[in-house]
Design a protein around this ligand. Structure first.
Ligand code: ATP
Length: 321
């Protein structure tokens, strides 16, 4: 069952269409990431869902109800932004309980929900602290707990990991996914980071310039990208012109072999980088002078030398429609 549905939603800012006939249906309990380059309309989609932006055409359905005229505070959306946006003068527990106070939840019940939430995000010991007394990762977990405390119809996350450093970013990312699954919360997650989108999502919605390019499971958009844009935005690709036609191929499907092997294209080694279990060889292709990357399992033995003439085999081309 669809919990959040955008049906041909168009949002304009002057002449610019930030969303063009945006059509996406998020199923109950599903996590969909919207991913795309800066300015493609990701945040606009989220703001439209939250009710912060009006739109020019189309319909927005939440839980079977057309919510176009429903104000943000009546939509029961949980929101987490990239800047933690906690109330500095409220304690962690008060921040988490804020939405419940607004909803006039009785004090005892509220204390019990806040306690459950503190437990859920593993912050039981810091409920009395103020936001400035927490690390970035802890602050974002409080923001998440505050959003989940109201049992939102949909959880809207706008680049929630951006302000965190690399290690904490992965920890909080995994925690968001685990909490989302455990609570069965329908979630729309905005990110510009394709790896994050692939890792965290049930399905990924790839956007460019206000238009949805493809919606599919992480594996579908990676293995069978609908367009060259999706292929190059999601994961890495090599582009080679063979017989006058451009083909795209993933580095892991590109293999360097001794030049004597049949069915290989000729090239010369530009660089070899060794990263333990994997090594990446950059080759200049004779056919069109392009550079391609081959990522191969390191099985020991001798590496190729710079300038060496070798062969390149493409095991699988990216299928494009
Ligand atoms: P980023 O990853 O940089 O946050 P985004 O994909 O979230 O980008 P949006 O913020 O949705 O992109 O913006 C989509 C387009 O709409 C951009 O071209 C942006 O400049 C424009 N835009 C967004 N908000 C407004 C506004 N209030 N007034 C005018 N143009 C706007």
């Amino acid at each position: 069952m669809s919990q959040l549905e955008f049906a041909h939603v168009t949002k304009k800012y002057g002449d610019l269409e930030a969303l063009s006939a945006f059509t996406l249906s998020v199923q109950k309990g599903e996590l969909i990431s919207i991913v795309g380059p800066s300015g493609c309309g990701k945040t606009t989609a989220l703001r439209v869902a939250a009710g912060f932006e009006k739109f020019d055409a189309g319909r927005l359905i939440v839980n079977g109800q057309n919510v176009e005229l429903v104000p943000p505070q009546k939509r029961n959306m949980g929101m987490v932004f990239q800047s933690y946006s906690l109330f500095p003068h409220l304690t962690v527990a008060e921040n988490i309980g804020f939405g419940l106070t607004i909803r006039k939840m009785e004090k005892k019940k509220r204390a019990s929900v806040v306690s459950d939430m503190l437990d859920l995000v593993q912050l039981v010991d810091v409920g009395h602290r103020f936001p400035h007394q927490l690390s970035g990762g802890q602050q974002q977990r409080v923001a998440l707990a505050r959003a989940l405390a109201i049992e939102p119809t949909v959880l809207l996350l706008d680049e929630p990991l951006n302000a965190l450093d690399a290690k904490v970013r992965i920890e909080v990312r995994d925690e968001i996914r685990s909490l989302q699954k455990r609570t069965g919360t329908t979630t729309l997650f905005v990110t510009h980071d394709q790896e994050e989108a692939l890792t965290i999502s049930d399905r990924v919605c790839v956007m460019s310039k206000g238009v949805i390019q493809q919606v599919g499971t992480p594996r579908e958009v990676y293995d069978n990208p609908g367009t060259a844009f999706v292929a190059t935005f999601i994961g890495e690709t090599n582009s080679v012109v063979i017989g006058g036609k451009e083909v795209l191929v993933r580095p892991e499907h590109t293999r360097v072999v001794n030049d004597a092997e049949p069915d290989s294209y000729r090239g010369s080694v530009q660089s070899v980088s060794f990263a333990g279990p994997l090594k990446t060889v950059v080759v200049r292709m004779s056919v069109d002078e392009s550079l391609v990357r081959a990522t191969m399992t390191n099985t020991g033995g001798v590496d190729w030398t710079i300038g060496q003439e070798i062969g390149v085999i493409f095991d699988r081309l990216v299928p494009l429609k």
